[in-house]
Write a protein that binds this ligand. Structure first.
Ligand code: NDP
Length: 333
């Protein structure tokens, strides 16, 4: 098989040689194991966190080990009772075109009617439930409230904004560049977009939401986060989903210096990791699939071919080179 192994902990952006693509033979299957041919790999901002030995929510990938990734694949051989050739599994795997597994961290994927594997895995695998629980459980949106979401055209952000609309919020998305901004307003029905690469985020927020912001679904951190936090209303909520602008920093990510506002305005800020919600996935999938079937929720996947360019594609996440949920198609479904 071909597999990417972590050879060095990246400093800043991932560079050539931090990971290497290697060809190796797989051992024979043991009892209780099965062989998965990997069809899709999800490239996620958190992949960079897994390469670092700074404190995270999972142990870092060890040097020399296969790089961890979320995958979807087809069973091509099985010595595990209950697992049959042809079945599709998805979940925690490795950045490779095949893996031998005992099934831990993987679940059988039943394709909801009418959805391709790329959509079911890309939109419903992790980013859909992240948007669903982060917004509904932590953001607690109410009709008429103003919701701001950053990285708004990406995997999580596009779903957050549309669920916000389903719940009756006024939704402002922050994204990089006119094409992404047009997409979230014209195609996804957000009320407004702010192009942070060409516009002053604070000034645009003042114009679009003169009474302030009720919910900030935070995915970026840094100056964008500071601009939104400064405009949160009393009793505002801030699901803290991600801080992507800091993931390639050599020093720990910066943090807004406006903690006084959190106190005075009695804001709720809660970090969350989607792993804590795994038992409630069926609830999210039921609603997400229902909204897709009703035409209320659209998702966009950015599918790239070829395992050999996976790391280059991964790097594009941190500069906004992706448009939608980034997947690598390793092999045709
Ligand atoms: P996206 O599809 O949103 O891709 C990342 C996007 O982030 C880029 O396209 C880019 O969009 C934006 N971005 C990158 N760097 C910067 C920067 N310096 N400043 C502003 N925007 C930037 O990825 P996901 O939807 O998978 O993830 C989005 C966020 O959610 C990440 O922070 C991720 O870590 C987090 N996450 C958290 C989970 C949890 O359990 N807490 C689970 C899943 C994701 P643009 O072109 O608009 O700048």
């Amino acid at each position: 098989r071909q597999v990417w192994r972590l050879r060095r902990r990246p400093v800043g952006e991932i560079r050539d040689g931090d990971l290497t693509l290697e060809r190796e033979a797989l051992p024979e299957l043991a009892d209780g194991q099965f062989l998965l041919k990997i069809l899709y790999i999800s490239l996620d901002p958190t992949n960079r966190i897994w390469m670092s030995d700074a404190e995270g929510y999972m142990p870092p990938v060890g040097l020399g080990e296969p790089m961890r990734a979320l995958v979807a694949g087809r069973v091509v051989a099985s010595r595990k009772p209950g697992v049959a050739e042809g079945q599709i599994y998805s979940g925690l795997g490795v950045l490779a075109d095949a893996m031998i597994t005992d099934g831990q961290g993987l679940n059988r994927l039943d394709l909801p009617k009418g959805l391709s594997l790329a959509t079911a895995f890309g939109a419903l695998g992790m980013v859909g439930p992240t948007a669903y629980f982060g917004l509904l459980d932590i953001g607690r949106p109410k009709a008429g409230e103003t919701l701001v979401v950053s990285a708004a055209s990406g995997g999580v952000g596009q779903v957050v904004g549309q669920i916000g609309k389903i719940k009756g919020c006024r939704v402002i998305g922050i994204a990089g560049g006119p094409e992404k901004c047009r997409y979230i307003v014209d195609e996804l029905g957000f009320d407004a977009a702010i192009d942070y690469k060409n516009e002053d985020v604070g000034a645009r927020l003042d114009a679009l939401a003169p009474d302030g912001v009720d919910i900030n679904f935070e995915q970026v951190g840094g100056a964008i986060m500071q601009a939104v936090v400064a405009r949160l209303r009393r009793f505002g909520r801030m699901p803290l989903c991600g801080l992507i602008s800091g993931y390639n920093d050599v020093e720990p990510a910066d943090w807004p210096g406006k903690w006084g506002l959190v106190l005075m305005r009695r804001l709720t800020i809660q970090g969350f990791i989607i792993l804590d919600y795994v038992d409630r996935y069926p609830e999210a999938i039921r609603d997400l699939v229902g909204w897709m079937a009703e035409g209320k929720l659209k998702t966009r996947q950015d599918v790239r071919d070829g395992l050999d360019r996976a790391v280059e594609h991964l790097n594009s996440l941190y500069t906004g080179g992706n448009f939608g949920k980034l997947l690598v198609r390793v092999s045709p479904d």
